[in-house]
Structure formats: structure tokens, C-alpha cells
Design a protein around this ligand. Structure first.
Ligand SMILES: Cc1cc2nc3c(=O)[nH]c(=O)nc-3n(C[C@H](O)[C@H](O)[C@H](O)COP(=O)(O)OP(=O)(O)OC[C@H]3O[C@@H](n4cnc5c(N)ncnc54)[C@H](O)[C@@H]3O)c2cc1C
Length: 450
């Protein structure tokens, strides 16, 4: 009899594994259980839906349950929530919300693509109707309704200045709202060093966003957000406070968890439990520079880990080498990229390092449309090995981080990057690309004393 693979979670980490396992093993029986109404959707597109760049929620759905059933022979069941895992009996308790029934489903192999849960602080007023999370397409539909129906949304307060907070702030600016972003840190974008975060705060203010850093939200009282420094009027409050791994179902069943409660996996995405695999926002990753387990909740990682898990489930052999923490975002005309370790992270990992920051232009200085760009590199002292990089600038800035992510992954030194045969033509960069200029400065910095 064919083995049965059950996948919990119908998005990137789950369905990438299911699809890859199907490619490897035509005979496998595959059931995918998703508690929401959608499969394979792009949460990454939510801010652009809310901002009006994308005209319908359907555009964010890559593959429907019907497509999985017909084209991939994957029995994708939406509105089916797994309530408990029994590893000994190799069985799940499943709640079918559509038909209001609960049933048991056995498995030979289990794959966990449980994702993450948004952080929602336990503060007064946080459960009020005008306080929204931004994680699921249901959240997206609610936010969209608020901005497109007759209801007056004038003042929007975004709690949290991470990349989701920024993208949502941009969405509401595009909708003509007055937007305030509140963050308890000294600068927005806590995944950057504060000097680079300050460039983003400045760019936000230039776009008309009120940025209130070093300020803590203490609750919501009617149409006001209460903070450590006063109160801010809000017709709508959006929480962008990051996520935590959705691992409770797994840990309750005895699956080992690690950093921040994320499910521990080996390089092949296998968990501590026999025949149980995991991928995506519910599990840990290995950081290639700090050589430590980290929690990085990104779609890029979820898709790759899912594919690796699916290959292994299907009888092949694949490993997920790890991450360097590469991410990009944009706030109106300002782009942001980061990879590797920040100064704080490099210190925590025990490195001695130097930094180099340069200002340059995105195209040749004389070319129409050229914009500003700041590149910061973190490089190990003496060896010159690149440890981290951050980029803030205008159009064309963000994706430069991919060159640096590649260099960091390959263990290249700043000197190696100076010598790279990078492309040049006036519409794309100055003759010395800002990445190479920063690397030149880093070469000097790592050998300087003090
Ligand atoms: C607004 C926003 C913007 C983003 N932008 C980017 C970006 O630009 N780039 C990037 O790389 N990443 C981005 N991300 C992150 C990215 O969306 C996630 O990393 C990715 O979706 C993770 O995929 P996943 O399958 O692990 O988790 P999820 O997408 O969260 O999927 C997990 C699924 O499991 C289901 N589930 C959970 N528990 C159960 C259960 N008990 N039974 C059945 N089903 C269950 C959930 O309903 C969910 O559908 C963004 C996220 C958000 C919210």
C-alpha cells in the first residue's frame, strides 16, 4: 500500500514540500491540511494589495486547492485545522470547520509547515475592532475593506518599525492617510545598525510619515493609541511587531524546539521525531556566519526549506545549507537591503570587526534619474572577511545586497569584492559600483588600528 504523507500548513513551507515530494514520488498519497480558506498565497503581497498596487486578493494566490488536486494529485483540504498530533499512534486530530466535525487522520510521514503567529502584545484595548494584525489574507481583506469602503480612515498608527510596518505605512500613505509609526527602538528597522536605520527614519519623514522612536505603546483607548510619551489619534491601528514560530502543536507532541521556540531541524529539515519533517516560519535555520541556530521568518527561506524537505521525503537527498539573513524592502522611493551580521550581531558572535560606510549614486552621477545610495560593510579585522552588509538608497539600491550576500556566503574578503568583475554602464551604476567603493574602504578599515 502507498505511504501517506500528511502536510500541515498550506503555504510556502508546507506546499513546497508537498509539491516536491510529489515530483519525486508519483505513488505517495499526499494530504495537505490548511486551517484557512487559501493555499499557496503570498502574504508578502499584502501591503501592495492594501496600497492599491495590486487590484485583487486573487492575484496573491499562486495555486488553489483545486489546482493541487487536479495537477499534482495532492488532496489539499482547506478549513481543516489540526488540533493535536499523536506521534505514537501516528495520527492527527483534525477539525473540519466547514462541516463542523472532527476526525482522525493517520500518517506514515508528517511534514510541518505551520508558519508563524504575529506578536500581539497583551495591552489594554488591543482586541478592539480597529486594531489589526497583518499576517493572513483575512487580515488583508479587512484592511482593504477599511480603506476602500466609505468609512473614514484618516489617521493610521502603525506599531512597530520593522519591514512589515514600513510597507504597511507606505500602503496607507498611498491611500492618502496620515500615518504615524511608533517604535520603542532608537531607530526604525531594527535589523539594520542604528546609523543605517536613521537614514530610513529620515526617508520616512520626507514622505510625510510621522516617526516616533524611543516610544513604547501602552494600550489603545477608543480612538487613541496611548504611548510612553502621550497619545496619538488613530482611526486604524496596525500591528507590525514581528512574528513568533507557530510551534506549540509540535512541541505539545514532543517535537524538540530550540531558539525562540522554533522547531529544531537538521540540515535535511528532519525534526527530532522519526519521520517528521518541518520547513518555513515554524522552524530554525542555521546562520552561516555566526554558526548558530537562528530564527529567520522569510518566504525565501520557507520555500527553499520546503523544497529540501520534499526531496528528502520523496526518497532523494538534499540539504539546506543555512542562511545569511538576506532581506530587502522599500518605503516609497527608498530601498533597503541587509545581509549577514550587523555590528551588534557580530559582537554577539564574538567577532572583532571594522566597518566602512560610503555614500555614492545608483547610476553614473551625470545620468538622469541617478539617486543616492549608502552602503555599509562589516568586515572581520585582519582577515578582511565580509561579515555583513547594509544598503539604503533610491531605485536600484536594494538588490545590490544580493552581490554582497553571495560574497558573504562564499567567504570572500573585502579585497576579493574590490577585484570582482562587476558590470558597468551609466544607466546602472558609476564606473566603480557603490559596492566596490565600500569594499575599498573596508580593506583600509580592517587593517587600521584602533
Ligand atoms: C505582510 C507580510 C509581508 C511579507 N513580505 C515578505 C517579503 O517581502 N519577503 C520575504 O521573504 N518574506 C516576506 N514575508 C514572510 C513570508 O510571508 C513568510 O516567511 C512565509 O509565508 C512563510 O511561509 P510558511 O509556509 O512557513 O508560513 P505561513 O505562510 O504562515 O503558512 C503557514 C500556514 O499554516 C497554516 N496552519 C497553521 N497552523 C495550522 C493547523 N494547526 N492546522 C492547519 N493549518 C495550520 C496557517 O493557516 C498558514 O496558512 C512577509 C510576511 C508578511 C506577513
Amino acid at each position: 500500500m502507498a505511504q501517506r504523507l500528511v502536510v500541515i500548513g498550506g503555504d510556502a513551507g508546507g506546499m513546497a514540500a508537498a509539491s516536491q515530494a510529489r515530483r519525486q514520488q508519483p505513488d505517495l498519497e499526499i494530504v495537505a491540511l490548511e486551517k484557512g480558506p487559501w493555499t499557496s498565497y503570498s502574504a508578502c503581497g499584502i501591503p501592495y494589495l492594501v496600497g492599491g498596487d495590486i487590484d485583487s486578493i486573487d492575484r496573491l494566490i499562486a495555486r488553489s486547492p483545486q489546482e493541487f488536486r487536479t495537477n499534482h494529485r495532492i488532496d489539499a483540504r482547506v478549513n481543516h485545522e489540526v488540533m493535536a498530533i499523536d506521534l505514537q499512534a501516528r495520527s492527527l486530530e483534525v477539525r473540519d470547520h466547514e462541516h463542523d466535525r472532527t476526525y482522525k487522520l493517520g500518517f506514515d510521514i508528517l511534514h510541518l509547515g505551520l508558519g508563524a503567529v504575529p506578536i500581539r502584545p497583551r495591552l489594554p484595548g488591543m482586541d478592539t475592532a480597529h486594531v489589526h494584525g497583518v499576517q493572513t489574507l483575512t487580515d488583508a481583506a479587512e484592511l482593504l475593506e477599511d480603506v476602500t469602503t466609505g468609512s473614514e480612515v484618516g489617521d493610521v498608527v502603525v506599531v512597530g518599525g520593522g519591514y512589515i510596518g514600513l510597507e504597511i505605512a507606505e500602503a496607507f500613505i498611498k491611500r492618502g492617510c496620515h500615518v504615524t509609526v511608533v517604535d520603542q527602538s532608537p531607530e526604525v528597522m531594527g535589523t539594520l545598525d542604528p546609523d543605517m536605520g536613521a537614514l530610513v527614519s529620515k526617508a520616512m519623514r520626507n514622505e510625510g510619515i510621522e516617526v516616533r522612536c524611543n516610544e513604547t505603546v501602552e494600550g489603545v483607548d477608543g480612538e487613541y493609541v496611548l504611548t510612553s510619551s502621550g497619545h496619538i489619534k488613530a482611526d486604524l491601528v496596525v500591528l507590525g511587531l514581528g512574528v513568533a514560530p507557530n510551534s506549540k502543536l509540535a512541541s505539545d507532541a514532543g517535537v524538540v524546539t530550540g531558539v525562540r521556540g522554533a522547531i529544531s531541524v537538521d540540515q535535511r529539515q528532519h525534526t527530532s521525531a522519526d519521520g517528521v519533517w518541518a520547513a518555513g516560519d515554524c522552524c530554525e535555520s542555521f546562520h552561516l556566519i555566526s554558526r548558530r541556530a537562528v530564527y529567520v521568518a522569510l518566504g525565501t527561506v520557507a520555500n527553499k526549506q520546503g523544497r529540501v524537505a520534499g526531496t528528502n521525503i520523496g526518497g532523494g537527498y538534499a540539504v539546506f545549507p543555512g542562511v545569511v539573513g538576506t532581506a530587502v524592502t522599500k518605503l516609497c522611493s527608498t530601498e533597503v537591503g541587509r545581509t549577514g551580521l550587523t555590528e551588534k550581531e557580530a559582537t554577539a558572535a564574538g567577532f572583532e570587526f571594522a566597518t566602512a560606510t560610503v555614500q555614492s549614486t545608483t547610476r553614473a552621477g551625470y545620468f538622469p534619474g541617478t539617486g543616492w545610495i549608502t552602503v555599509k560593510l562589516v568586515a572581520e579585522r585582519v582577515t578582511g572577511r565580509l561579515l555583513g552588509a547594509q544598503v539604503v538608497g533610491q531605485e536600484g539600491a536594494a538588490k545590490r545586497i544580493d552581490v554582497l550576500a553571495t560574497a558573504i556566503t562564499a567567504g570572500m574578503t573585502a579585497e576579493d569584492v574590490v577585484g570582482l568583475d562587476l558590470s558597468y554602464a551609466p544607466p546602472f551604476s558609476p564606473v566603480w559600483d557603490p559596492v566596490a567603493i565600500a569594499a575599498r574602504k573596508a580593506v583600509d578599515a580592517v587593517i587600521r588600528r584602533g
